[in-house]
Design a protein around this ligand. Structure first.
Ligand SMILES: Cc1cc2nc3c(=O)[nH]c(=O)nc-3n(C[C@H](O)[C@H](O)[C@H](O)COP(=O)(O)OP(=O)(O)OC[C@H]3O[C@@H](n4cnc5c(N)ncnc54)[C@H](O)[C@@H]3O)c2cc1C
Length: 459
């Protein structure tokens, strides 16, 4: 969307005169701004405010709500499936002159026993809202049950994978849950157990080692049990078994163990590296067989292996900072290449700025590094983090809405109601036919077991 925004601006006259046409193919009708998903889970931002409707943002482009299934650059054709929900695919063939490929990445999953049945993902708005409701339901369950084992499992939250998604989601939800338990007479903050499991020896691999170390220290200070060089071996029967030998019951298992390039890229005749990303020149053009630019193909973001001069030419890390900066440069370079002639010499190479990075760790908590190498924590880091994301959010309308959410959050206390039933809108109606529990609650897949409840903390 970012590249298309710049291209529609640069090509406006040509689009008007019918000389150029931009088609954006995307299975969802919106862009999701992932770095703010953790704040959606925490209830600080309305879910609709972190998505940008493509048709409104790109009025000069043709937006096709479909998934590209194959690209054959040799004949400059691509195929898209414009399937509706539950309907058979309706393939569409598209011809093009210039191709921009930016399908990002997908979650990497491992065949861990019990993971498919009990794991929760965290990469979409629906998952962020679902996880928030789930966590709040666990507090209700822990408060109501008489079974100490069930209570302990309900209050144990395990996150596997300490990248942006895992660290951000855990930190924001831990902060939210800590606030929420103030309203419970029999659940205390010390009853909550948060575990972060990471296979490597550091967290936030996409960020600088300094910021990662700093974030780790902050999490441990908050009693988050961070286990490095540890993997999830099993989640069968909701019992988490880790490679360090520990085993414990947990009703919340969030899988955020890294990403891999979009599988679409394997169904193309484009040049890929060993990880399955498009091999790119620093100009964001795909590499041809002769090592020079492959005519007509540009790529950016998580699905592109773009050399990072700051890392000795190794591919850029998959993060939003690179994705946005590359998209902007890609559009500028593409416009220059379309004009041809002497201006073609104006194609520039990608040179990322010195990273200014930050991670939000809950309300009024963050760690941030400035471009000059300064380090901030607490409120100042948190304000800086918010200002950066507000600046980067690609829509003026969304910027205002998110700002309003934050301002309202500063005036009123945090909203901690679980609306799990929204995910099952037919539950109440079905219960009327005797098909459900009949109380209008607890119809979600992860809700209470219906075992004995009591007002008092179990003894
Ligand atoms: C929960 C979460 C939190 C994050 N937090 C941060 C953060 O704090 N800071 C940071 O720098 N980065 C963060 N990231 C990473 C960042 O979001 C990504 O690096 C960035 O979005 C990559 O941009 P992209 O354009 O390559 O891919 P995306 O933003 O994923 O966009 C790719 C688009 O392509 C579409 N697509 C995929 N396949 C097809 C197909 N076959 N046909 C048509 N369309 C297709 C997808 O639907 C998607 O909309 C986070 C990621 C997640 C999941």
């Amino acid at each position: 969307m970012s590249a298309a925004l710049h291209l529609q601006r640069g090509l406006r006259e040509r689009i008007r005169s019918g000389d150029a046409e931009i088609t954006v193919v995307e299975p969802r009708s919106h862009l999701t701004y992932h770095p703010l998903l953790a704040e959606v889970a925490a209830g600080s931002i309305d879910p609709r405010h972190v998505v940008v409707p493509l048709r409104r943002a790109l009025p000069h482009c043709r937006v096709l709500t479909a998934r590209i299934t194959r690209i054959e650059h040799a004949t400059r054709r691509a195929w898209a499936d414009a399937a509706g929900r539950g309907e058979p695919p309706a393939p569409v063939e598209l011809d093009y002159d210039v191709l921009v490929v930016a399908p990002g990445s997908v979650s990497r999953t491992d065949p861990v026993p019990g993971l498919a049945e009990h794991g929760l993902g965290f990469s979409t708005v629906a998952e962020a809202v679902g996880l928030r409701n789930h966590v709040l339901e666990q507090l209700d369950l822990a408060s109501a049950t008489r079974d100490p084992a069930l209570r302990q499992a309900a209050l144990t939250f395990v996150f596997v994978g300490a990248g942006y998604a895992g660290v951000g989601a855990l930190a924001e939800l831990e902060d939210m849950a800590r606030h929420a338990v103030r309203g419970y007479h029999n659940v205390g903050q010390d009853d909550l157990r948060w575990v972060l499991v990471e296979a490597t020896d550091r967290i936030l691999a996409e960020e600088s080692p300094e910021l990662a170390a700093h974030t780790l220290a902050q999490l441990r200070e908050r009693s988050v049990d961070v286990r490095l060089r540890t993997t999830l071996e099993s989640a069968a029967g909701r019992v988490v078994a880790l490679s360090d030998g520990s085993r414990f019951a947990a009703r919340t298992l969030v899988w955020t163990a890294g990403v891999r390039p979009s599988p679409l890229l394997r169904d193309t005749d484009l040049p890929l590296d060993t990880l399955g990303r498009i091999r790119c020149l620093p100009t964001l053009q795909a590499v041809g067989p002769d090592g020079r630019a492959l005519p007509g193909v540009w790529a950016a973001g998580d699905g592109a292996a773009v050399p990072d001069p700051r890392a000795g030419g190794a591919p850029c890390a998959p993060n939003a900072q690179h994705a946005f900066a590359q998209a902007e440069l890609l559009a500028d370079n593409l416009l220059v290449s379309l004009d041809g002639g002497p201006r073609a010499a104006g194609i520039a190479e990608y040179r990322p700025d010195r990273a200014a990075c930050s991670t939000s760790l809950g309300l009024h908590r963050a760690v941030a590094h400035t471009r000059r190498g300064g380090r901030l924590t607490g409120r100042r880091a948190w304000w800086l983090h918010r200002a950066r994301h507000l600046n980067r959010l690609p829509s003026g309308d969304r910027k205002v809405r998110v700002l309003m959410d934050w301002l309202l959050g500063g005036v009123f206390s945090r909203e901690v109601v679980s609306l799990g039933t929204l995910e099952h809108p037919r539950a109440e109606f079905e219960a009327g036919f005797g098909n459900g529990p009949g109380n209008g609650r607890g119809t979600g897949p992860e809700t209470g077991s219906g075992r004995g409840t009591a007002d008092d903390r179990p003894t």
